[in-house]
Design a protein around this ligand. Structure first.
Ligand code: NAD
Ligand code: IPM
Ligand code: MN
Length: 359
């Protein structure tokens, strides 16, 4: 029935975004055409080219149509040196994260091959945790301003906004995820020793919420110490919850344990209302120096499709995609950043062929 079909908006964006997203779209099309998944793709022309052409960033009617009609958005990356102010990137990315209130940025840090783990004596078994990054508050809200700009007395302020509701819901989402996925440990990272007001709130709320989950071990770390422990002994982590800025930084660090940004996937969801449109994107950016050369790693985008399919109710397909990507890494049917010799298109096609054989 038409009403049961799931519509997915696709935004390639800038730099390497369109090419990795093209490969991810072809994977979705394979699931639609070969496996008969009831999905429809809706490609949107948004990004730096569009902005430079006609000044459009993220039109209100598109934002509303996505919210009304779509189950998910698949995004490549945004950011282009021709738009140094990043106006379009902020409007589109934050227009969705903030506009749809997608407060949980879920970023798995999972190595899919021993070969990709850069730490001495560690294997893929040591790298398997999930970061819950708060996605609607913190220093990202853009509150603040500049005063006496361009003078020697210039003042620049960005406020770090933390609400009781916002902190509680992301911490709860982390514990709920741990409970549902049999992960017995949640670590909350903040900087409450320096940020006495905002992060004392995180500490207090964490202490309250963790009491509701006595079966799950809880730990608090200052974020600087978290970075140390993630490198020394990543196996101790299962679920990490933190604020918007720290989550951004910690997940690039995490990506390094997975084989680089070309391997890191993410979901932006409203955890307590799973029916709401959700946004799926690789953790990486637009990598301008790699654009147009057929060398960017498409696997983060393919793994992101896996997270999208789990969200829409087909979790076994995420596992299948993971297995096939892992096989591609082991057989070196991958791009140069992860030790292979293939281009973006050929690497993605190889993975799609393995998946197609199984459907
Ligand atoms: P980046 O993630 O684009 O690149 C960081 C490093 O990782 C570079 O060395 C790059 O070559 C490498 N890399 C990234 N993706 C790769 C891939 N798929 N395959 C192989 N190597 C890959 O980060 P940056 O250079 O700091 O930022 C570039 C632009 O992207 C900026 O405008 C930034 O604001 C934007 N950005 C956007 C998003 C997003 O849209 N979600 C995320 C991060 C950065
Ligand atoms: C990410 C990116 C974005 C962020 C930038 C482009 C604003 O780094 O998605 O990780 O900081 O959230
Ligand atoms: Mn980032």
């Amino acid at each position: 029935m038409a009403s049961k079909r799931k519509k997915i908006a696709v935004i390639g964006g800038d730099g390497i975004g369109p090419s990795v997203t093209q490969e991810a779209s072809l994977l979705l099309a394979l699931y639609r055409d070969k496996a008969g998944l009831p999905i429809d793709l809706w490609e949107l022309d948004l990004g730096a080219d569009r902005f430079l052409r006609d000044g459009v960033t993220f039109p209100k009617e598109i934002q509303i149509a996505i919210q009304r009609e779509c189950s998910a958005v698949l995004l490549g990356a945004l950011g282009d040196p021709r738009v140094p102010g990043l106006e379009h990137a902020r409007d589109i990315l934050f227009g969705m994260r903030f506009g749809y209130d997608l407060y949980a940025n879920v970023r798995p840090v999972k190595a899919l091959s021993d070969r990709l783990v850069p730490l001495k004596d560690k294997t893929m078994k040591d790298v398997d945790f999930v970061v819950f990054r708060e996605n609607t508050e913190g220093i990202y809200v853009g509150m603040g301003g500049q005063f006496k700009r361009g003078t020697p007395d210039e003042v620049a302020i960005n406020e770090d906004l933390n609400t009781r509701k916002g902190v509680e819901r992301i911490i709860r989402a982390a514990f709920e995820y741990a409970k549902q996925n049999k992960r017995g440990h949640v670590c909350m990272a903040d900087k409450s020793n320096a940020m006495r007001h905002a992060h004392e709130l995180w500490l207090r709320v964490f202490d309250e919420v963790r009491r509701e989950y006595p079966e799950i071990k809880s730990q608090h770390l200052y974020v600087d110490a978290l970075c140390l422990h993630v490198i020394q002994n990543p196996a101790q982590f299962q679920v990490v919850v933190t604020n918007n800025l720290f989550g951004d930084i910690v997940t690039d660090l995490g990506a390094a344990l997975q084989g680089g940004l070309g391997m890191a996937a993410s979901a932006n969801i409203h955890s307590s209302d799973p029916g709401r449109v959700a946004l799926f994107e690789p953790v990486h950016g637009s990598a301008p120096p790699l654009a147009g050369k057929d060398i960017a790693n498409p696997f983060a985008a393919l793994l992101t499709v896996g997270m999208l399919l789990t969200h829409l109710g087909w979790p076994e397909e995420e596992q299948r995609i993971e297995r096939c990507v892992s096989q591609a890494i082991d057989e070196r049917m991958c791009t140069v950043d992860v030790g292979g010799h293939l281009g973006t298109r050929a690497a993605a096609q190889w993975v799609r062929e393995q998946i197609a054989k199984q459907l």
